[in-house]
Design a protein around this ligand. Structure first.
Ligand code: HAM
Length: 411
């Protein structure tokens, strides 16, 4: 075994897997274009504060999972654990507020120091969307509709489920938070270590704790829905009504709170039961306070991100892989081979997919061309007088005929 392995939690996207990633990104991107989104790319690292402020000190993503280092200039830098904070930082620092509403799409690697397992990596890929500057519940609906259309285009609609909840506005959430702390405090010593810390800092996160003991305590906790003020209730019912009108199936889950601190109102997750513990394939929600938190003007925001690694695991087998048949160039002789390279380049410049086989005898090259799914090959032969002979060979019928070089270029 080689001394050098890829770092734990990272992996090489070998050609077959990379092809699925690219296909997924293409399907998502093209669908997003139909919904009026345009693409943005922000750096994969930012000043650490960008993430600490936006995701919250108590979120796992910041407290335990960031790749943070001091660079040579003495600045604290963090590899992005997610895309929203960077997009919002860019919105603020590039002065994009004057262009709202903005609908942005992004794709790229994210980094979290999580415990690696199937479907969970330390470098993983997301595509995501953010809508900035729209307060209407219909923006949440449009966002979810786009997610659902992408899922349908990936042929995954039968294999996942949308769970949705509301965290209400600040007023509703504060009331609920207080009730939850009052309910949980008598159980404090029975809560898991993580949840004991969360009780002080972010009690809502205890609701989606994976700890079995916590789950029992939480089962009879007060529910958010009983603490929603009229504005929050109306907002959520508008979102659900929109989903119904669009025939997007969903299930409300009052325990869904999401791991990042910036959410308010709508939160959602598309989950599958086919990936074991890592069931979330696309998740997001509304984050109306985030732009202000990063120093920008009061701006509403809603969006989501999807895990491409997880999507690839789910749909690699069902994505239709386009198989292109090459024009194969098969040379017999030294000069013929040199000419094959030149002719291939000319054909490729005319936008043809060509394969040239540089090694092996004539028979081996024919066999290789066959393996590549060749339908048409150009055979080139050295002649005794130093000239070259060109033939076209049709693999389906086996027919061969002599052609000129000019004819070869027109095939
Ligand atoms: P998130 O739920 O942390 O949300 O991540 C979104 C998706 O990324 C998850 O549903 C999952 O599919 C994938 N994912 C997360 N962690 C890993 C991992 N370690 N390995 C593989 N896949 C992973 C966000 O990141 C928010 N920024 C979403 C958002 C956008 N909210 C509003 N706008």
């Amino acid at each position: 075994m080689s001394k050098y392995q890829s770092v734990r939690g990272t992996r090489d996207l070998l050609p077959e897997l990379k092809k699925s990633f690219r296909q997924i990104d293409e399907i998502a991107y093209k669908t997003a274009l139909n919904y009026g989104f345009s693409e943005i790319e922000t750096p994969i690292f930012e000043f650490s504060d960008v993430f600490h402020r936006s995701l919250g000190e108590t979120s796992d993503a910041v407290s335990k999972e960031t790749y943070t280092f001091t660079d040579r200039g003495g600045d604290s830098i963090t590899l992005r654990p997610e895309g929203t904070a960077g997009v919002v930082r860019s919105f603020v620092s590039e002065g994009l507020a004057q262009h709202v509403p903005l609908k942005l799409y992004y794709y790229g690697p994210m980094f979290r120091y999580e415990r690696p397992q199937k479907g969970r990596y330390r470098q993983f890929y997301q595509f995501g969307v953010e809508i900035l500057g729209l307060e209407s519940a219909l923006a949440d609906v449009e966002c979810l509709d786009l997610a659902w259309t992408i899922i349908k285009n990936l042929k995954l609609s039968e294999r996942c489920e949308l769970e949705i909840n509301t965290l209400g506005d600040v007023e509703s959430r504060n009331g609920y938070r207080q009730a939850l702390v009052e309910y949980l405090t008598p159980f404090k010593s029975q809560l898991s270590e993580d949840s004991q810390v969360r009780l002080e800092k972010n009690p809502l996160r205890i609701l989606d704790s994976k700890d079995e003991g916590d789950k029992k305590i939480v089962a009879t906790a007060p529910l958010m829905e009983n603490f929603l003020n009229e504005t929050s209730k109306k907002f959520f019912s508008d979102v659900l009504e929109g989903l119904k009108k669009l025939n997007i199936p969903f299930k409300t889950n009052p325990k869904l709170v999401r791991g990042l601190d910036y959410y308010c109102h709508t939160v959602f997750e598309f989950t599958t039961t086919e990936l074991g513990a890592q069931g979330a394939i696309l998740s997001g929600g509304r984050y109306d306070g985030l732009v202000e938190m990063l120093g920008g003007p009061k701006t509403a925001g809603v969006g989501w991100a999807a895990g491409v690694d997880r999507l690839a695991d789910l749909c690699a087998a069902t994505l239709e892989k386009e198989k292109r048949a090459p024009v194969s160039l098969i040379a017999n002789g030294e000069n013929a081979l040199k000419e094959a390279v030149v002719l291939a380049s000319e054909l490729r410049n005319k936008n043809h997919y060509c394969e040239v086989f540089l090694t092996g005898n004539f028979k081996k090259k024919l066999e290789k061309a066959n393996k590549f799914g060749t339908e048409k090959a150009i055979l080139i032969f050295d002649q005794a007088d130093g000239s070259l002979e060109y033939k076209v060979k049709y693999f389906t019928t086996g027919e061969e005929k002599v052609i000129s070089r000019a004819e070869a270029l027109k095939l």
